[in-house]
Each structure stands twice: as structure tokens, then as C-alpha cells.
Design a protein around this ligand. Structure first.
Ligand SMILES: NC(=O)C1=CN([C@@H]2O[C@H](COP(=O)(O)OP(=O)(O)OC[C@H]3O[C@@H](n4cnc5c(N)ncnc54)[C@H](O)[C@@H]3O)[C@@H](O)[C@H]2O)[C@H](O)CC1
Ligand SMILES: [K+]
Length: 499
């Protein structure tokens, strides 16, 4: 499913009117009908509509008319200067005035009516909202959130920024949102992901072709589309057909990471997994994962490293190399990662300390020969880019896409809505839950992505599929273990999606 920036949606809107000759007032009418249908489906009888002065408010005015003529109890509130209402919104505003509607604007009365009604329709701010919610609007949103039994937001919860999902100080927390044309980024990023509740997309008679012409490259997982990427397995196959994954990782104090990555790879369908680890943890790792084979680091003057001959052997044998999980940062390991990126033409996945070490040798990214997936969390992305974590979290799509484009790699930027980009396309994943924010979860994901690449999926598809299945498995683990779920619990549920 597409996810659009506000600019895209406005251009689609304009194309619908200019090229497809669909009058804006008809789009507004269809928007109102879409909300009306949801109210009717719920069996609500009394409705309070809170309208703003833009077209979001216009949708609300049109809805008031539809409800009134169909016998619903409707109260309309507008706290703006109604003389400022214009365009299609004004047409619908004038109609309901002529129908005898009293447009209310008293906060105490709003609280009273909300407490009495079945549902509040939030038509205050739509995609035109910017900045902070101020003055009376703060009180209005707070009043709705505190008193409403059920809230339906028109297009986007008021107070949520359409492009980032960030709230402007305060926002409506809706049970459901009916949006028009296609999902907006604000529905699946930041606060907007929670504030939107269940999101319904209504075409409001905008033709699919009109949307496709926008060439929106941002997709999300509404529905199960990523699973459609998975190929069915042939009967007459063997482990060699499902990829040789080499995982370079682990250190004396962080041996679990490479164990979890190996298990993540195996449960994601890898044919063969080899862990390349420091000798001092070989017993620990070896006794934890029976299905893998091992190579050990070289050691000189008390330092672990991997000799060029061993690195050449790994590059020769592997179908895909994952590096960095639990590795610890050192000059020796930085040299190893640099060597692999300069020499390997096989796909590589770099995570954790591997990313931190890359931050000091970014030039190698410009001369690398291999397809590369980076899986940073915002802290690692900050070290890689020099941008602040706050800026990264507010510009997740832009930061991931620009870095991927500048360094010709795939970036999987972890977080509540993981963003995957190859510099052009963007996928935003909304599976998963806060229980997954625990040690080892990312290590398992690294192993999964490497395993999928090893099975022949492109690096981009493997990152998308890995993020999606990792989140679904995390949601399954939550159902069984609550927020006490661990990375090992997530791993238990991966395999059922690989079929
Ligand atoms: N195809 C479609 O997507 C359709 C969308 N429709 C609806 O139109 C709105 C977008 O309308 P627009 O007038 O551009 O924006 P708003 O209604 O959100 O107007 C906002 C309103 O509020 C003012 N404002 C903005 N920020 C603030 C702030 N921080 N504090 C106070 N006031 C603010 C701004 O000046 C505007 O006046 C879309 O969401 C849909 O609901 C069409 O109706 C159908 C087709
Ligand atoms: K709204």
C-alpha cells in the first residue's frame, strides 16, 4: 500500500480536479459519505462534529448535512472565525446554516454535548496542520480526548503533522481515522501511528491511475504484502540451495549476539550458517547453537583479528556475510570490515558495532563492490551521519533515504516504524511492539536479513521482509509473553512466516 507525503496528496488532489475533471466539492462530498458510512456501521445515533476553518472542516460540515437529513442527532462546533471559511468548505458551511444549524463555539457546551453523544468527529485540522496546537484549540482537543466515548478523525488526527506523524504539542487520539486517496506518512510514523487508531483509506472516487501517476515510492505493510515476496520451495532442493550465511561477530563479553544472529538466520530459512568468532567464546557459542559451523579469529599480540587469507576464504565460500553483531570496536575489526567491503562482491549486512566502526571509514562505502544493508538504530545512525538523534527521529524517511542514495546501500533504520530505503524506494514497517526494544532483538533481525539474502531475495526485499517478519514474530511473542518477551522468544515465531 502507498504512503504519501502531504505534497504528494495535494498534487494527486489537483490532478483529480484538473486532469480527471472531478470537482473538489465532489471529493469533499465523498469524504463526508465515507465518514457517514462508518458512523452508520457502528450504529451511532448522536454525533458531535468539531470543525476547523479549512477543508478538513469542510468535510465535517458536509457530514453534518448528511447526518441531519438521515435523522441523526448532530451538533456542530467551530472555534474559528467562520468568516474566514472559504471555497468548498464555505459551500457546505452555507448549506448547513441555511438548514438551520447553530454553529456552537462554547467550551463548556462542547464538554456537555460530548459527554452526551455516541461519537465525536474530529474535523478540526487535516493535512494543512503545521507547527503547534495553540490557544483554544489545545483546550478543544484536550476536551475531546478526555470526554469522548469514541473519536473518528477525518483524514488525520488533529494536531498530527501529515509528513512526520509528530504531534504539535497535543493531538487527538482517535479510535479510527478515515483518510482519503492513500495513507499519509503521518498515519504510520511517530505519534501519528498511535493517534490514528485503525486507519481506513477511502478512494473518494480518485482513480487509482491518478494516484499511480504520482509515482509514490513509499510503501507500508497494511495488509500482508511483504509475505507475497516469499517464493514457494521446490521439493528437490538441498541446504546448499538456501544460502551459506557467514556471521562475523561476538566478543568475550558479548557472545550472545552472534548466537541470536545465527538462530535468527536458521529460523529464517538459511541453508548453512557459519559463525566466525573469537576463539575464547567458541565453546560458549558452539554449545548454544548446534546447527552452525565455526571459524575462529586469528590472534596476535593479544588482539583478535581475521587474516586476509581467512577473509578471502570467507568471501569465497559465503553467499552472504553479516558482520558486527557483538563484535566490539577495534582497529583490527575496522580493518576487517573495510577489507570485506572493498573485496567482496557478495552481499554484506553490517549491524551494531560494525556500523559504529564504519562511521570512521565512510569513504569505503563509496568504493565498495558489494550490495550492502546497514541496520542502524537511531544512535548508530547518528554516529554514521553526524546528525542528532532528535533530528533523525523527526526525519526518519528523509535521513534513511538520503544516506542510502548517497552511499548506494540499503538502510534499515530501526524504531517504532522501521524505515527501509534503497535511496529511491521507501518501505515503512508497522509490525512489532515496544516489547521488542530489548537486547538481542536487532541481532536476530541481522541474521534474518542475511538468511533471506542467502536464499536469493534482493537486499532491499530481504530488509523489507526481514523487518516485517521480525515485527510479526515480535507481536506473536507479545501475545504469549507480554512485554517480558525476549529476543529468543521472537526467534521462536520467525519460521512460521517462511513458507
Ligand atoms: N483528496 C483529498 O485528500 C481531499 C482532502 N480534503 C480535506 O482537505 C483537508 C486539507 O484541507 P486544507 O484546507 O488544506 O487543510 P486543513 O483543513 O487541515 O486546514 C487547516 C486549517 O487550520 C489552520 N492551521 C494550520 N495549522 C494550524 C495551527 N498550528 N494552529 C491553528 N490553525 C492552524 C490552517 O490555516 C487551515 O485553515 C484534508 O485533510 C481533507 O480532510 C477534501 O475535503 C477532500 C479531498
Ligand atoms: K482531523
Amino acid at each position: 500500500m502507498y504512503a504519501a507525503f502531504v505534497k504528494d496528496m495535494n498534487e494527486i488532489d489537483k490532478r483529480a480536479v484538473d486532469e480527471y475533471k472531478i470537482p473538489g466539492i465532489l471529493l469533499m462530498e465523498n469524504a463526508a459519505i465515507a465518514i457517514y458510512r462508518r458512523i452508520r456501521k457502528h450504529g451511532f445515533k448522536s454525533v458531535v462534529i468539531v470543525c476547523g476553518s479549512g477543508n478538513n472542516g469542510g468535510d465535517g460540515f458536509a457530514l453534518a448535512r448528511l447526518l441531519k437529513v438521515n435523522g441523526y442527532d448532530v451538533n456542530v462546533f467551530c472555534f474559528n472565525d467562520t468568516s474566514k471559511i472559504s471555497g468548498d468548505a464555505k459551500i457546505n458551511f452555507d448549506i448547513i446554516i441555511s438548514m438551520g444549524f447553530e454553529i456552537k463555539n462554547n467550551l463548556n457546551e462542547l464538554e456537555h454535548k460530548i459527554r452526551e453523544c455516541d461519537v465525536v468527529v474530529d474535523a478540526l485540522f487535516g493535512t494543512g496542520f503545521k507547527g503547534e496546537v495553540k490557544d483554544i484549540y489545545r483546550d478543544v482537543i484536550d476536551c475531546i480526548n478526555r470526554n469522548a466515548k469514541y473519536i473518528i478523525s477525518v483524514d488525520i488526527p488533529s494536531g498530527i503533522m501529515g509528513d512526520s506523524g509528530e504531534k504539535g504539542g497535543i493531538c487527538i487520539y482517535a479510535k479510527e481515522t478515515i483518510t482519503f486517496g492513500c495513507l499519509k506518512m503521518g498515519h504510520i510514523l511517530g505519534d501519528g501511528r498511535i493517534a490514528s487508531g485503525r486507519v481506513f483509506v477511502d478512494p473518494i472516487s480518485i482513480p487509482e491511475e491518478c494516484i499511480k501517476k504520482q509515482n509514490i515510492l513509499y510503501t507500508t505493510n497494511y495488509g500482508d504484502f511483504p509475505l507475497s515476496i516469499i517464493d514457494k520451495r521446490e521439493i528437490d532442493t538441498n541446504k546448499g540451495d538456501y544460502g551459506k550465511v557467514y556471521i562475523i561477530g561476538g566478543s568475550f563479553l558479548m557472545s550472545g549476539a552472534v548466537i541470536l544472529a545465527a538462530r535468527g538466520a536458521l529460523h529464517a530459512g538459511a541453508g548453512l550458517v557459519t559463525c566466525v568468532v573469537p576463539e575464547e567464546i567458541l565453546d560458549r557459542v558452539g554449545s548454544s547453537v548446534a546447527e552452525t559451523t565455526y571459524m575462529t579469529f586469528d590472534r596476535r599480540d593479544g588482539h583478535s583479528f581475521i587474516s586476509c587469507s581467512n577473509l578471502d576464504a570467507i568471501i569465497e565460500r559465503a553467499d552472504v556475510i553479516a558482520a558486527g553483531v557483538g563484535l566490539g570496536a577495534s582497529q583490527q575489526m575496522t580493518d576487517c570490515i573495510s577489507y570485506i567491503l572493498r573485496k567482496s562482491e557478495k552481499p554484506v549486512v553490517v549491524d551494531a558495532d560494525g556500523i559504529n566502526m564504519l562511521s570512521g571509514i565512510k569513504d569505503v562505502l563509496k568504493i565498495k563492490k558489494c550490495p550492502l544493508v546497514l541496520t542502524p538504530h537511531p544512535g548508530e545512525m547518528s554516529r554514521l551521519t553526524g546528525l542528532s538523534i532528535d533530528y533523525i527521529n523527526k526525519n526518519r524517511v528523509r535521513v534513511a533515504r538520503e544516506f542510502a542514495k548517497n552511499y548506494n546501500c540499503i538502510v534499515l533504520l530501526k524504531g517504532a516504524s522501521t524505515v527501509v530505503s534503497d535511496g529511491t524506494r521507501v518501505y515503512i514497517n508497522t509490525t512489532g511492539n515496544p516489547g521488542m526494544a530489548s537486547g538481542g532483538s536487532g541481532d536476530a533481525l541481522t541474521g534474518m536479513i542475511a538468511a533471506l539474502i542467502g536464499q536469493g531475495y534482493s537486499s532491499y526485499d530481504s530488509a523489507v521482509l526481514g523487518a516485517y517478519i521480525h515485527g510479526r514474530a515480535g507481536d506473536d511473542a507479545y501475545e504469549q509473553y507480554g512485554y517480558g518477551l525476549t529476543a529468543s522468544d521472537i526467534i521462536k515465531f520467525i519460521g512460521k512466516y517462511i513458507k
